[in-house]
Design a protein around this ligand. Structure first.
Ligand code: GDP
Ligand code: IMO
Ligand code: MG
Length: 422
């Protein structure tokens, strides 16, 4: 198995948490590589629901080591809360959770600045998760950011915070930002946790590879939210594709053996930005209700759309996807009038593959093929047992992806699974 990367191929919330939980049965190490507490990854095990924002989804497997890579921006409050909550539920993180000393720290200042920026954008607002992600990555790129390892050196930490804070002076962000002492106190409040959990993640992964261990890279967000290859500017601030995953933990692209793309059986999007295949009513409300499409991080209702094959083709080819995990097929059971967007019509020409430029996409109109619905998927455990209509639906997605299925999810629980592939 070697290194397997799991990437969302749409606009996030594809069910990556569930797929990572399933695949981590055969993994020694599971790594978060990019993004931060904007992610909300859900797993349902023995009827109990777990939502994780920063700790990798492999933590629910007792023998799996979990790491948070250099590419992640860490909200230390959220992390501490998550570790405590897991501990309270009998899931021990001691000795099996490592966070990179090179990961950047999301400060209270970043969250405040993000609110001001969103306000300033007015009708062009992004609809962010308000987790301070964008400002934290901005400071990282400006080389003003605070890294996890800085917290272990309080003297230089203070000096770095002073420089960072000075970069926000001049009134552009008002006068109500947290002062240096508050930021210092915030960081040092987490010193004990950092001492316990911080280390060299890249070195651990290299050692693990040398020992022949299996590593799972857990992507967050979705490829269409990628800072470079997504629907800019309505994207997040990290590289959500394969490029970001390897860079986010310090592995080489050639270390990766397989890339599992996660596709929800329909499309959802939360926040602003184009959703070319947006469902009309009553499907919009019906699918949102049936799929419980409300954000795992912010609780916002997600917009629902028909499956978008041009988008899937784009995400698969750009990431070298080798297999596709299809989720939430059960949500569409009994929904009459299903359709799939097979191509776009752009000014009279047929477009088979999405281009993420907003001007281009704005000129594209989805072309749909109708699909027969199926009654139920209850109790289905093998691909051969799928009703022929569901099989046809799945095959359309696989043909666009040009790769096999692995696996197909037919419910939120670990047990609701059609195992295909490994
Ligand atoms: P992620 O961010 O990609 O990990 O996805 P989220 O956790 O934000 O959202 C996926 C939601 O769908 C969660 O509530 C999951 O419990 C749920 N889910 C995952 N797979 C399935 C499935 O096959 N069927 C159903 N009904 N729910 C699923
Ligand atoms: P998971 O990992 C869905 C969206 C936000 C917003 C845009 C920018 O659970 O799939 P940000 O706070 O990152 O600056 O917001 O990106 N977004 C997500 N949408 N799932 C996510 O993560 C998301 N993370 C960010 O809604 O539109
Ligand atoms: Mg999510």
């Amino acid at each position: 198995m070697g290194v397997t990367a799991v990437i969302g191929l749409q606009w996030g919330d594809e069910g990556k948490g569930k797929v990572v939980d399933v695949l981590s049965e055969h993994s020694d190490v599971v790594a978060r590589c990019q993004g931060g507490a904007n992610a909300g990854h859900t797993m349902v095990i023995d009827g109990e629901k777990y939502i994780l924002h920063l700790v990798p989804s492999g933590i629910l497997r007792p023998d799996t080591v979990c790491v948070i890579g250099n590419g992640v921006v860490v909200d230390l409050d959220v992390l501490e809360e998550e570790i405590d909550k897991l501990g309270g539920g009998g899931i021990d993180t001691a000795g099996r959770l490592l966070m990179s000393v090179r990961a950047h720290v999301v400060l209270p200042l970043h969250k405040k600045v993000e609110l001001l920026l969103e306000e300033m954008r007015g009708k062009n607002k992004i609809g962010t998760t308000r987790r301070g992600i964008g400002p934290c990555y901005s400071d990282k790129c400006s080389r003003l950011g605070i890294r996890v390892g800085d917290i272990l050196h309080p003297d230089t930490l203070k000096s770095k915070l002073e420089t960072l804070h000075a970069s926000y002076s001049g009134g552009r962000y008002g006068t109500d930002l947290p002062c240096v002492d508050e930021l210092l106190e915030h960081c040092l409040n987490h010193e004990t946790m950092v001492e316990e959990f911080a280390g060299d993640v890249s070195a651990l992964l290299r050692r693990s590879l040398a020992q022949g261990k299996n590593i799972l890279l857990e992507g967050s967000q979705g490829f269409l939210l990628d800072i470079d290859h997504g629907t800019y500017p309505f994207v997040t601030s990290s590289s959500t594709g394969i490029h970001g995953l390897t860079g986010g933990v310090g592995l080489a692209p050639s270390d990766v053996n397989s890339v599992v793309g996660v596709v929800k059986s329909y499309t959802t999007r939360v926040g602003e930005g184009i959703l070319p295949t947006s469902m009309e009513e009553p499907y919009q409300s019906q699918v949102r209700d049936r799929g419980q499409e409300y954000g795992a991080t912010t609780g916002r209702p997600r917009r629902c759309g028909w499956p978008d094959l041009p988008a899937i083709r784009y995400s698969c080819t750009t990431n070298g996807v080798t297999s596709v995990a299809i989720t939430k097929l059960d949500t569409l059971s009994g929904v009459d009038g299903l359709k799939v967007c097979v191509a776009y019509d752009r000014l009279g020409a047929s477009v088979e593959t999405l281009s993420p430029d907003m001007d281009f996409l704005g000129e594209c109109k989805p072309c749909y093929a109708s699909c027969e619905s199926w009654d139920t998927l209850d109790g289905i455990g093998s691909i051969e047992d799928l009703p022929p209509e569901a099989r046809e639906y799945v095959d359309q997605i696989l043909q666009a992806a040009e790769c096999p299925a692995e696996p197909i999810s037919v419910g939120p629980g670990r047990e609701h699974l059609i195992k295909v592939g490994r």
